[in-house]
Design a protein. Sequence first.
Lengths: 447, 415
Amino acid sequence: MTYDERLQNVSVLGAAGKMGSGILLLTAIEMVDRSLQPENKGKTFVLNAIDVSDEALAGLMDYLKVQVRKIAEKKTVWLRKMYADREDLIENFDIIDEYIFAVIRMVRPVTSMEEAFRSSLVFEAVNENRALKVKLLSRIKENSQKDVWFFTNTSSVPIHLIDEEAKLEGKVIGFHFYNPPAVQKLVELIKTDNTKPEVEEFARQYAANLKKVVVSSNDVAGFIGNGHFMRDGLHGMKAAAKLAEEKGLPLYEAIYMMNKITQDYLVRPMGIFQLMDYVGVDVMQFILNVMNPFVEDEDLHSDLLDQMMEQGVKGGQFSSGAQKDGFLKYEAGKPVAVWDVQGKNYVPFEAFSARCDEMLGSMPGSVVAWKATLRMKNKEEMLRRFYTDLKTTETLGSELALKYGKCSKKIGEKLVADGVAHNAEDVNTVMLTGFYHAYGPINAYFD
Amino acid sequence: MKKLRRKVYMAAGYNTVSLGTGRKEFNPRTPRPGIEHYISEAGQGVLKQIGGAQNVDESVIGNFMAGRFNYQGHLDGFIPMIDKGLSMKPAVRVEGACASGGLSLVTGIRQVLAETSDVVLSMGFEVQNTVKAIYGADILAMAGWFQKRKKGHAYFFPGQFSDRAGAYYEKYGFDRTRKGMARWYANAIENARLDPTAQEYHNTTPDPYATALKMKPNGASFVDHLTVLDCSKVSDGASAIAICSEEGLKRIGVDKKDAVEVIGFGHAVRDITSDPSDLTELETIKFAAHQALENAGITIDQVGTVETHDCFSIAGILAVEALGLAAKGEGADYVDAGHTGRNGKIPFNTTGGLIGWGHPTGGTGVHQAVTIWQQLTGKAGDAQITIDEKRPYGLTINMGGDDVTVTSIVFKRGE
């Protein structure tokens, strides 16, 4: 079966979810683009968008319509060539509309799993629930009319366990997109000892066509991305608790301070508590629960997360993409208050931020804003200067930042030492491209 | 073309801001002024300088594609909206693609010459940021022959002029041509920075010449032979000016020294269904501009400044050649040598032209006249150039489509 033949009937499980919708979009684009090639004219391509909710699937189609238009608008020069033989399509308007229609015509939004039995390729993007994944994939495998291959978007469950428990015979690979899949360049590729070479070959071709940066991770729970992020988040929560205790502060003030340290001092797109809200407190707890049984020398668990879940403060995003309140409360996408687990309410920044900022002290004049680093040609030099200055700045802020930077590096190095990542460069690539950090965690800035 | 049978003047010009990418106040995601705003602002800008609407005999409004950009036709109906004093007076809408503004001017000139009017309010506008550029390209493509649209580029007109640039590179050399085009861009930006209404007024690129020279055409993402810096941007804007007889000038209370006299003009149209006979020549521009010079009884050596239709930098270079300032194939060198810069032999497009000031298509022709009026009467503010007494004439060239419709006017300060 050729690359194009395998793409002629594909299913995405969990297609209306946060990750699934992005995966569905990218796959739909790849399939339609293949279908427009001269050698594929007249062939039928089918993409089953499978989810449990009719309402969510309707929302998915709305999302597709908007996103496909944006994509088509950016490649109209190419589309005009592809539609050169269609005399009825003259203006860009016509051509873009036809392309959108081609996608909509190909995507079948369904709530019935049975549709996947005719697929040659199945993307799995359901909840991070090992039992559910195994149940769904094994059912498809048992009933499939094709030599079906499976791509799982799990961010934490070891792939070999899914393979063994669902009896997939090595026809499965971890293909872990980052959120949102349509934007983030990174894909973690996780093969097992049993993964068929042709499955990996196809996965690499597919990733290349999607113009993704591929980093291979070993098949260890959490892989590289969550391997680092989960530990970094746990460290953030511990550091906040320690700071609160040492300085006699309410925890919410310490959370505010550590969030500021991890954003402004560590030059990241968002602070660690905001990132945990973005991922979702519930998702984070779920992933930690998946990972914890597989590590022997650590306890990947947080009482604070449990407490947040008990209090129903979960973060995550609305279907519109807007941020839900979690550790922090958001107004127009910007954090404005912190959750107080004692008082069970949000405390606005303005009630305490000036005092906390003063405690942290002023930052060196050489401070670099994260956004500015995106276009900096001398980024490394500017960061080196900033962190060199930070080391000679005797403030609480610099002390906390330097400790955090060192810890982040240790986490990265441990991923290499434990055989999760092949090398330091892979760890850094994941954090640079999957988390948009300005620099990789394994660096010399904090030495 | 017959000599003008009556003196014709232009005065009291007004330009709105040319709004689009580059202007700080432009945000594609927030609501923006519509056509009503632009027509009103430009019209009232003139009326305030000429003693009010009661002094106007009739009006001409030039516009290319409001029917598609704004879903609005019947544009002459907007003239009385400017001022109630314009109600129950004649008004007409003219269209000749990007030369619609020029058609508004020559129509007004003819109305004065025909003695049906002594004061004509001539204006032009376009509001194009209502659609994304990829759809705007479809709308602007209607300045070409629709039968050619299917085989044309996604960005149809950049595609047409990319073909012209490609032919020029092949015939006369890539590097020297790109240098001339980069200089054209740099001149446009430097001039636009001196005019607060210009779209590139806020441009802070440290070295526009180096920036333009460094950027290479990339057919995979745009067109084969042009970069985005070789192209005028998408603009919203309007311009207006009063066209008067001597009696009309007296009526509006404007001194001749504050007006420009129309010494001659040219107006020519090429068959839209035929391809240009030579891609490296703008034959209609050449014809109409020479017609204007001949009608004025002057030569290009007597012209002190030119406003030409540089929808693309290559069009600017080809216009230099069409005017006879440089031989064929030497226009790029002429431009790169700085001769068309604001301190050069013959300053071109002194408020930025289409690339720098902006290109609200139906308004461009009128904007050119306003700029010449400003320069010849000393009203150009920071953009003011020195007009050599021996070369007191100003020349405009306004082009519609791919060298299809061209108007060209020779001006001199009133005396």
